[in-house]
Design a protein around this ligand. Structure first.
Ligand SMILES: NC(=O)c1ccc[n+]([C@@H]2O[C@H](COP(=O)([O-])OP(=O)(O)OC[C@H]3O[C@@H](n4cnc5c(N)ncnc54)[C@H](OP(=O)(O)O)[C@@H]3O)[C@@H](O)[C@H]2O)c1
Length: 253
């Protein structure tokens, strides 16, 4: 990939035990970066990602519930200590958790969706900021096309949370520009990962592929490539922006 030289950059990827985060961790390791492979409930997935990373470069495994302030601070500080700083932060950890309608959703679900997808990015970014400032690093937040469209059935609150990710990406880009820190986001469309194995039927996955202009669902690797571009020097004058990776399923002027 023509993205400049990322060799030796210290890259913290949240939610690297599965799907998009795992693919991003491996892709950055192929550029000879030092990778923080973060996980929460799936240590076996994280170990598998780590094994792939070690084939190319080096890194460490990191545990934290990204909703928890103390765990996040410990995790970020551990990474910075062992890596010798932070150059790139990929705020990828997130989840739909469940499909729930506004009519029937519980308050716990509402709180959990925003804690998992929005509070998480605030906590990880705030903890990483002193290190990113030192290295004039950059941040890529993983939003969702659902944040623009309102999402599909039962994903309304998730969509709201991802809209907050899109807006806060712009706000962070403005606030951190004075430190030389760029902040961008990637908005995946329908990507075949554990996410849709859990929350969509096989029939729905096939229907989405058929109505997508490029004729298939996305892969975690499709999204990882856009993340890599935004995090690289090739995107050196891009901040507060997003790249939608969706095979043409959602276009706007
Ligand atoms: N797949 C899609 O179609 C799609 C579309 C739009 C946006 N996205 C977004 O893309 C990102 C990655 O999703 P994916 O498709 O790769 O899903 P995935 O395979 O289910 O991976 C989700 C990752 O997030 C981590 N995570 C979830 N809750 C966490 C918590 N409380 N604390 C720490 N880590 C947590 C998981 O870690 P553990 O398993 O170790 O707990 C896992 O590594 C998410 O932000 C998702 O919202 C996905």
């Amino acid at each position: 990939m023509i993205c400049g030289d990322l060799k030796g950059r210290k890259v913290l990827v949240t939610g690297a035990s599965s799907g998009i985060g795992s693919a991003a961790a491996v892709l950055f390791s192929e550029q000879d970066c030092f990778i923080g492979v973060h996980y929460f409930r799936t240590p076996e997935g994280a170990k598998e990602t780590f094994k792939q990373v070690k084939k190319n470069s080096d890194g460490i495994l990191l545990y934290a519930d990204v909703r928890d302030e103390k765990q996040v601070e410990e995790m970020v500080n551990q990474f910075a200590k062992e890596a010798g700083g932070i150059d790139i932060l990929i705020n990828n950890a997130g989840s739909l958790i469940d499909r729930q309608s506004f009519e029937k959703a519980t308050l716990d679900y509402h709180e959990n969706i925003y804690a998992t997808n929005v509070r998480s990015i605030f906590l990880v970014t705030r903890a990483a900021l002193p290190y990113l400032k030192k290295n004039k690093g950059n941040i890529v937040n993983i939003g969702s096309v659902a944040g623009h469209t309102g999402g599909a059935s039962g994903s309304g609150m998730y969509s709201g949370a991802k809209a907050a990710v899109a807006t806060e990406t712009m706000s962070m880009a403005k606030e951190f520009a004075k430190y030389g820190i760029r902040v961008n986001s990637v908005l995946p469309g329908f990507i075949d990962t554990r996410f849709h194995e859990r929350f969509s039927t096989a029939r729905h996955r096939k229907e989405v592929a058929e109505r997508t202009p490029l004729g298939r669902n996305g892969t975690a690797e499709d999204v990882a490539k856009a993340i890599l571009f935004l995090a690289s020097d090739a995107a050196g004058f891009i901040t507060g922006e997003y790249i939608a990776v969706n095979g043409g399923s959602y276009m706007r002027a």
